[in-house]
Ligand binder design. Sequence first.
Ligand code: SRM
Ligand code: SF4
Length: 537
Amino acid sequence: MTSVVNTSTSLNKFEKFKAEKDGLAVKPELDHFAQIGWEAMDQTDREHRLKWLGVFFRPVTPGKFMLRMRTPSGEMTSHKMRVLAEIVQRYGEDGNADITTRQNLQLRGIRIEDIPDIFNRLQAAEMTSVQSGMDNVRNITASPVAGIDADELIDTRYLVQQVQDMITNHGEGNPEFTNLPRKFNIAIEGGRDNSVHAEINDIAFVPALRAVEPVLVVDDEAKSAESVESVPSLQLGFNVLVGGFFSGKRCESAIPLDAWVAPDDVVDLCRAILEVYRDHGLRANRQKSRLMWLIDDWGLDRFREVVEKRFGRELLTAAPEDEMAWDKRDHIGVFAQKQPGLNYVGLHIPIGRLFAPDMFEVARLAEVYGNGEIRLTVEQNLIIPNIPNSRLEAFLQESLLEKFSIHPDSLVRSLVSCTGSQFCNFALIETKNRALAMVKDLETELNVPHPVRIHWTGCPNSCGQPQVADIGFIGTKVRKDGKTVEGVDLYMGGKVGKEAQLGTCVQKGIACDDLKPVLRSLLIEHFGAHPKEEAVT
Ligand code: SRM
Ligand code: SF4
């Protein structure tokens, strides 16, 4: 079945080109594109439709494309990492890879003439980049320590994979879901600490215990007919949240659908919600097309009813409480796994940026000390799991840990940044390098007792999730000394974990050149930082 597209005349330009030719239709044309080169390609194919395959034309670096992977649950292997390292290695200084805020990888420097070969390599390594951009479901996130966390409730990795397989037809591309009204985010949390930022996804599954079908229990002691009673059994499943999103015009936390599903129903519920969104989502104005706009339009009750109909069976009401009871962890450092004698080690990757030699080295360490597994986090860091106690000391002596520390300083530790103007044409400011330089500078001046989550994002699209941060910066342009210069709007108060809430704008239009002292004062006034010389005296 292909998607049902609204044919109203008020279609915006994106809807028009999608109706003319589906994004996936460029897949069989890749050899041709490789032969003719990027300059000779049809502009819409090059700048838009290729994103259905995860290939992003970068107007900032024309001819050097970005390739956005799909990394369900942030799960990688040393083999996959090596394949990606080989891909970026061939582009020399242009080649690198960023860990993204959806625990995913984006490769840079890619030439269109290499795409057919790259896609063959990805397929051989069981990787895909399909449907990772534009009006598709993005990388599906989960706890980065799923399956190894001693305190986890549900290992959700198989569910994440099944949902991805349903949406992408096992990585081949699935025209059923390639014409959504807009992008779509799904997260499936199985731990206690909301490691996925559930509240900022269009659909989030959060672990919850619910009483289901009463069962008959015989009281063995009394062994009488009267002692037979009906008690509900508690089952671990998920409460469902819907409609969370950030956009330039509006940011909303997801709201409860008042539904609970057993793990076995997760795939079907995702399908039902996606079909409802695809067939009824608003398509006239791209600024008003995300799922929450449909929920607003219909009201939550009607939305739930229509979803239930598609789901094809009764949706149970939500469990009264979910099980996300912990503060959020950042996973940096050494942690015992649920498997006795094994450890996972979280490495801090400054602003998420990796180069080919780093990637080869990460792959080597994962193989030599662990079992080859690697995990990515939404904080743009990575984890090497399955390191036996006996190998831990040797692992911690490896020189890569000098670059990717397990005990970074408090400011750099929780620093997150979107791509910014180095590669992104939406950017109003440079982010990654500036963010890193500023906190490094401040770390030489201040003692900061606890990690402070500072998130930078280059424009109001909020890819760097500034609203979940203790301190968030959104790039903007400001006037200073009669000139237009790079600046930021300052956000504060984002809370993550059990009672997550979005931060709000507390100050607008600070020129980046004036920002360091502002940040310094915030750290001293709100986060217990002390100037270093003061601490000494
Ligand atoms: Fe994003 C568009 C980068 C996570 C909201 N995002 C873009 C584009 C594709 C714009 C473009 O074509 O240049 C950026 C690519 C720049 C580049 O070259 O890297 C871009 N977004 C990113 C990444 C790489 C930021 C990062 O450094 O980690 C993240 C990739 C995630 C992934 O692996 O798929 C990324 N973007 C997000 C998030 C955070 C999240 O998902 O938790 C958001 C906010 C949450 C949300 O979507 O509700 C986000 N990106 C946007 C938006 C605003 C969406 C909207 O509804 O208006 C855009 C613009 C758009 O879609 O029109 C956008
Ligand atoms: Fe680009 Fe803006 Fe997203 Fe940063 S927030 S990656 S500048 S679209």
